[in-house]
Design a protein around this ligand. Structure first.
Ligand SMILES: [Mg+2]
Length: 371
């Protein structure tokens, strides 16, 4: 891995131009090499931005620079998927410390990002870099997308009676970070070892559900990606749609590796599925009459759709229905980056890396098996 900071700016830009030479942007687009990118006229664009700060959102004790590149890219692609869009390209901002280890990491990050972009067929259209203070690597990616047929699909299109669907098992990424941080003790069995590897990988190498977006665009009335956990994100979709909702607790899909690691603790599984965050599955609201065709199509494309409940009228409230049929008010937490832990006033925001995990923030509700 070469050191990107050892070169003149022109040499660095040449290196970056070669590194990110593939895939090429589509015709009519000007990417890396000029003062600014030029996008062709045509469809509406969907634009999203993500900011990742060392010590706040990531820690090199828990992931490699290449993992970080995958996370940074996929988090943005997930926001495009959650809007019913396909990626057209990304623009990358990097502020990076200049110590020896940092410079090696910068090279690893750039190589990893180039690889991840090639694997996804997403061109890098431009960017900017600067040096940064120690231990404050910062990555900002802006992703630009075009709507899929029937897209964009916003959070606000849901109506009372719509069925709520989730595209896959939840909780793995959140528990993965807990395992990486040593806050969850993994049993000695081979089964638990494999499950622990699966949840670690889920956090380090998420994969945006661009495949599910292809199926849901034009068929779902409301759509979003689950980045902060179903506990926070479901009320966001319902509020945007001016609806209440009812969610069936036993229907919420739990990632199989989370089930394994939680053993028989159903309460812990449920809390991870609701508050883990960063699973990057999609949440959709679909008209009941559109459901049969959608499920057929999803089946053909190998996309799982799990019905978890329904939207209700605007004043019907937000409810979780247990296995016994009893309803309780929705109070599950996802991850809120502005949340503060008690006694953490000097910190600007809560972070799962410094122990202010979701649920734990609110008073020790985070499921854990380590005291
Ligand atoms: Mg989102």
């Amino acid at each position: 891995v070469r050191d990107p900071f050892s070169e003149s700016e022109d040499a660095f830009l040449g290196h970056v131009g070669r590194l990110f030479g593939r895939p090429r942007p589509r015709r009519g687009t000007v990417g890396i090499g000029d003062d600014a990118a030029v996008l062709p006229a045509g469809p509406r664009r969907i634009v999203t931005k993500d900011l990742l700060v060392e010590g706040r959102h990531f820690d090199f004790r828990f992931l490699s620079p290449a993992d970080l590149a995958v996370r940074a890219l996929e988090a943005n692609l997930s926001d495009l998927a959650g809007t019913g869009a396909r990626p057209e390209g990304i623009i990358v901002g990097l502020a990076w410390p200049t110590g020896d280890a940092d410079r090696r990491r910068a090279g690893g990050f750039l190589d990893g990002l180039a690889r991840a972009c090639r694997a996804r067929g997403v061109p890098v259209l431009g960017g900017d870099t600067t040096s940064a203070p120690a231990e404050a690597a910062t990555i900002s990616i802006t992703a630009i997308g075009t709507p899929l047929p029937g897209g964009p699909v916003l959070r606000s299109g849901g109506r009372p009676g719509d069925v709520l669907l989730v595209t896959g098992g939840l909780g793995a990424a959140g528990l993965g970070l807990e395992v990486l941080a040593g806050r969850w003790s993994v049993g000695e069995t081979a089964g638990e070892g494999r499950a622990a590897a699966a949840v670690r990988r889920a956090w380090r190498r998420p994969r945006a559900r661009l495949d599910a977006a292809e199926v849901l665009a034009g068929r779902a009335r409301a759509l979003m990606d689950l980045s902060d956990g179903l506990g926070l994100d479901l009320p966001r979709l319902a509020r945007a749609s001016r609806c209440g909702f009812e969610c069936d607790a036993p229907a919420i899909p739990v990632h199989p590796a989370v089930e394994r690691l939680c053993r028989d603790d159903r309460e812990a599984m449920h809390r991870w599925a609701l508050s883990g965050g960063e699973d990057f599955e999609l949440l959709a609201a679909v008209a009941p009459r559109a459901l049969a065709r959608l499920r057929r199509l999803a089946g053909e494309r190998g996309v799982a759709l799990h019905p978890i409940g329904r939207l209700l009228g605007p004043r019907a409230g937000q409810w979780l229905r247990g296995a016994d049929g009893r309803r309780t008010r929705w109070d599950a937490r996802g991850w809120d980056p502005w949340e503060r832990t008690a006694g953490e006033e000097k910190e600007k925001s809560g972070s799962r890396l410094d122990g202010s995990a979701p649920g734990r923030v609110g008073g020790g509700e985070r499921p854990g098996n380590r005291s």
